[in-house]
Design a protein around this ligand. Structure first.
Ligand code: GRF
Length: 190
């Protein structure tokens, strides 16, 4: 049995798609969903999916080993960041080498780094008059959005697109590809 922990700070649509993808699999379990945001929509989704939820604050995350210990005690094999807005502490990156992946709603290295998240990304893509955008799934290291890229796919951005319509296109790509890429990464783990 491989155990996955999903970190999310927002709505959690990707977390739900990943959970649905593995729902019938006896060899993979979404063991934990963790969030820093007590108002996150992912909490309700987790409850509906009967997945244990852990809500933590900044102090716990950065000044204690409680979250890291929780991951180890639950025998987590892979950490999935699905719209998680905090930088991962070095201790956690070191404890999960090539066992932590993130999804970014743009074609890294463009439109990445600190402050480039959610709607800000799509607004920048439109403001830049880009002809395409897309998603990037990458391993996580100690810097925002700089780990080795695992998968990218793109979508067209037209002159009639705005940040909202680009966001809709990106969500379709995320839901279509993220669960399968997570499965492929799991299969590559020893
Ligand atoms: C996604 O667009 C993802 O690329 C970004 O945060 C968003 C999370 O959406 N990192 P959701 O909470 O999974 O609906």
């Amino acid at each position: 049995m491989k155990h996955i922990a999903i970190f999310a700070s927002g709505s959690g649509s990707n977390a739900e798609k990943i959970s649905e993808y593995f729902a019938e699999r006896s060899d993979v379990q979404i063991t934990l969903i963790l969030t820093n945001n007590p108002q996150a929509g992912v909490i309700e989704r987790a409850r509906r999916l009967h997945i244990p939820v852990v809500v933590f604050d900044r102090k716990t995350f950065y000044e204690t080993d409680r979250i890291l210990d929780l991951l180890k005690n639950n025998k987590i094999d892979l950490i999935v960041l699905a719209g998680f807005m905090m930088l991962i502490p070095a201790s956690m990156v070191e404890a999960f080498p090539d066992r932590m992946v993130n999804i970014h709603p743009a074609l890294l290295p463009k439109f990445g780094g600190k402050g480039m998240y959610g709607h800000f990304v799509h607004e920048a893509v439109v403001a830049n008059k880009e002809k395409e955008s897309g998603i990037t799934i990458h391993y996580v290291n100690q810097h925002y959005d700089e780990g080795n890229i695992i998968f990218q796919t793109s979508c067209e951005v037209t002159e009639t697109d705005n940040a909202d319509s680009v966001a809709d296109k990106i969500h379709v790509l995320e839901h279509q590809h993220f669960p399968r890429v997570v499965d492929e990464v799991l299969s590559s783990l020893s």
